[in-house]
Design a protein around this ligand. Sequence first.
Ligand SMILES: CC(C)(COP(=O)(O)OP(=O)(O)OC[C@H]1O[C@@H](n2cnc3c(N)ncnc32)[C@H](O)[C@@H]1OP(=O)(O)O)[C@@H](O)C(=O)NCCC(=O)NCCS
Length: 330
Amino acid sequence: MPSPLPQRVRDSKVTKLVTAPPATRKRGLDEYILENVEDMTKENMTKENKDTVLDASSMVMEPKQKKHTSDKQNPPIKSLPVVESVNAFPVDKFIDYYVPQHIRDFTISIPRPTTTPTDKGQYDTYSLQIDSSSSIPRADLESCFLLVKLTSSEMYKHSTTGWSPAQKKKEMKLRDMRYMLLVRTSSTAEPEPKKGTEKRARIASGGRDIGGFLSFMVTYEDGIEVIYCYEIHLAPELQHRGLGKILLGYLEEIGRTIRLRKAMLTVFRANESAMRFYERMGYREDEFSPKPMKLRNGNIREYDYMILSKELGSKQTTKSDANNTLDVVW
Ligand SMILES: CC(C)(COP(=O)(O)OP(=O)(O)OC[C@H]1O[C@@H](n2cnc3c(N)ncnc32)[C@H](O)[C@@H]1OP(=O)(O)O)[C@@H](O)C(=O)NCCC(=O)NCCS
């Protein structure tokens, strides 16, 4: 999922929007906000959010009470807008508040493509792990990069954007970027039985198999709060099994949980398979997608990418959504 318009997708900054008390201004504001978010999560939010749903629009950042300081010296901090609030959370809090339990528990067993006789009858089991650009193990980020390179570098090379590994890696490390990783957890002769809701142990990083990933950011696009899908890539043997639909559906669910208005993404027009996929998922050309331009010489310049979006509305997670009966896929 390329984003050829890096300038359009902003790496949101909290610093512009917070009126911090003078005493705390000297320290990093991010640090200050994180401290307060910690307090807020412990004291104010736990009771309302047992079901992992947090309405970020209701979050008001109150400064910590400082001893011997009056209200006049410590004016209240303005409430943080949704995007800044969400991005102020470290990944574990983000998961606690915005990632419904069934997404965290997602697991799927897939028959391994038989390239050697020992592969026959083997199943690979994948589970989902949520990370941020700062928490993702370096080896996993590299695996994600290699997947983008494998599935899409040719498409980039033939586009006006061009293929730049350095640029792509830089984008993948943007501060507010988050990841849904499909991590292979085992290979067995039988599909693994569906697990309960226990938290899966995080397996050691390094050298593990990433079958696919979706990267996203909660950000502003033309002044609107959106969840932006930066990349969605599956290893070739995992494509065309409905997994992309599941990942994109999860992105939308997270967006709804945060109460964002839209899910957005950028796609190369030449990527017909992806265009069909998004269309089936209900995405349409966004009003801000660049329109063809008439050049001075009279020629029309068509952009080689489109911005697609989908209104998220207020669809609630249904029981059947929440039920991981996703052994469907084949
Ligand atoms: C684009 C992508 C994420 C879609 O995910 P996916 O899991 O392959 O998507 P789906 O399985 O839901 O649908 C894709 C195709 O598989 C077909 N399909 C879905 N389930 C299927 C099944 N069980 N058996 C056979 N075909 C199936 C769909 O009909 C669709 O066919 P079409 O493309 O001919 O219309 C994935 O194909 C991919 O990683 N592509 C390469 C990277 C890329 O282009 N990413 C997008 C960048 S913008």
